[in-house]
Write a protein that binds this ligand. Structure first.
Ligand code: HGY
Ligand code: MN
Ligand code: MN
Length: 405
């Protein structure tokens, strides 16, 4: 079985570690995450790595080299709801395959490798993103520990129940001389497929804002309240979803999404008095993104006000756009060309742990083609041949870093 076959098989195994019977949902600090980490830590040990789980719940595996510096590889093991198999796990498994090759050839590099399986990139359970990588970068916000999940469990309690220690998360910060952080990830977009390319080097990661909005009107009887006397929160929310799409369609490079909309206690014969919804706004240019956020927030208040409804807007996260380090872009580019593949560099509209890791060290990313650019969906799909190219490119990248060390 080839190394790429092993990566694919392992992504299949991990896809069964889910909180839900239907589809793949693997939240932060969940039993499904524990199951997945049991598999991954075993595979990491088989590759000659020493493995530990840190205080927030990341898996961290080391392949010792000569010299005191460390190169970080990794990606995330958590998922969105009804996720695909490859968003996150592919990067961890490709990193592991590259280390396995070093181990099998008894190759010691002039630096150690730390392969990190991050505990929470998506923010599915608590709404805040990059929890694991923020802990490694030393930028974890302790206020996040008070956030509660849908069941009312605080993040601190969830970490303790998972075997971590919220009081010691500051100790998770990576110490010592770090050479950089490199992540392999599916593109989650259509560019590589459209160009007929198997891999691409990432130039940078778009900035993003996430908000939680609440429209509050007045609940009422669907049969008795005349239409002109209603303060229907869901009508305002529906108008707002259209306004968000209109705003994004009219500004090149802007994407804005209402991905989650809830009518708490909604019923067929009740006029919705309260609606909660998410808002995700992204652009590679921070100034344009922030100006668009201001316009979208003003529109929420204006649409609500016209209908006697109030709008509440709670900022959840904001991450500025992050460039990949020219040094790592250049080494990854050299590795792609040395592997005989046409070079393309492209931005990432999706967020990645590299956003948080950029506070600690230089970041680089290698994208792998995915079918139809589909992601955050069970239809997510990659080709084994493309994974083989990614393993080869990553191995060449490691040797190029070694040559520079
Ligand atoms: O939302 C994102 O861009 C990433 O999948 N967390
Ligand atoms: Mn994702
Ligand atoms: Mn991801």
């Amino acid at each position: 079985m080839s190394d790429a076959d092993t990566v694919m098989e392992r992504c299949d195994v991990l896809a069964n570690c889910s909180e839900e019977a239907e589809g793949l949902t693997r939240p932060f600090a969940s039993e499904a995450m524990r199951q997945a980490q049991d598999y991954v830590s075993r595979w990491m040990r088989e590759a000659g790595m020493t493995v530990r789980r840190d205080n927030i719940g990341n898996l961290r595996a080391r392949y010792e080299g000569d010299g005191e510096a460390t190169l970080l590889l990794g990606s995330h093991l958590d998922s969105v709801r009804r996720a695909g198999k490859y968003d996150g796990p592919l990067g961890v498994m490709v990193g592991l395959a590259a280390v396995q090759r070093l181990r099998d050839s008894r190759r010691r590099l002039p630096f150690s490798i730390e392969l990190i399986a991050f505990a929470d990139e998506e923010g599915l359970r608590f709404g805040s993103t990059y929890l694991g990588s923020r802990a490694v970068a030393g930028t974890f916000d302790l206020l996040d520990l008070d956030h509660t999940d849908a069941g009312g469990t605080t993040m601190a309690d969830a970490i303790r129940a998972f075997g971590g220690d919220p009081a010691r998360i500051a100790e998770d910060r990576e110490q010592g001389h770090v050479l950089g952080y490199c992540e392999v990830h599916i593109e989650q977009g259509p560019v590589l497929e459209a160009r007929g390319l198997q891999v691409g080097v990432v130039s940078g990661i778009a900035g993003q804002n996430r908000f939680r909005l609440t429209f509050t009107g007045e609940a009422g009887h669907a049969g008795t309240v005349p239409m002109d006397r209603r303060r229907d929160a869901l009508v305002v929310a529906a108008m707002y979803v259209i306004a968000v799409e209109h705003e994004a369609r009219n500004l090149p490079g802007l994407v804005a999404t209402v991905g989650d909309l809830r009518v708490p206690g909604g019923a067929a014969n009740v006029i919705p008095g309260r609606v909660e919804l998410s808002l995700d706004v992204r652009h590679v240019e921070d100034g344009l993104r922030l100006a668009a956020c201001e316009r979208l927030i003003a529109q929420a208040h204006a649409l609500a006000g016209n209908r006697g409804v109030t709008a509440g807007v709670r900022p959840l996260t904001e991450d500025a756009a992050v460039p990949c380090a020219p040094r790592l872009v250049s080494l990854l580019s050299e590795a792609v060309e040395a592997s005989g593949h046409e070079l393309i560099t492209l931005p990432s509209g999706a967020g990645h742990d590299g956003v948080a890791m950029s506070s600690l060290t230089d970041i680089g990313m290698l994208f792998v083609r995915c079918k139809g650019g589909i992601s955050h969906s069970p239809a997510e799909s990659v080709e084994t041949a493309d994974v083989a190219v990614a393993i080869d490119v990553l191995g060449r990248f490691l040797e190029l870093v070694a040559r520079q060390t």
